[in-house]
Design a protein around this ligand. Structure first.
Ligand SMILES: [Zn+2]
Length: 81
């Protein structure tokens, strides 16, 4: 993991978040609410420059692999492939 997800707002799931064949989160889990930024795991900085200390960091969410979260557009453009 090179980037983890950092979200400006979070919410608690009220029902099970399911996609076919994959359990995303369980009821009561904290999940991103709105766009998530890519936070460099080494530097702790976001790609787009959003202040990381204003974000709730999801240590278990790999930003590059996560397909079910809404992503910050600028962070997406900044990820080198
Ligand atoms: Zn961003």
């Amino acid at each position: 993991m090179q980037y983890k997800a950092g979200s400006e707002r979070t919410k608690y799931l009220e029902s099970k978040g399911m996609r076919p064949g994959r359990l995303v989160a369980a009821p009561g889990d904290r999940v991103p609410d709105g766009p998530s930024h890519a936070v460099d795991v080494t530097t702790g900085e976001t790609i787009c420059g959003f202040p990381a200390d204003e974000l709730y960091l999801f240590d278990s969410i790999d930003w590059e692999r996560a397909s079910l979260i809404e992503k910050c557009t600028d962070c997406g453009k900044g990820v080198k492939r």
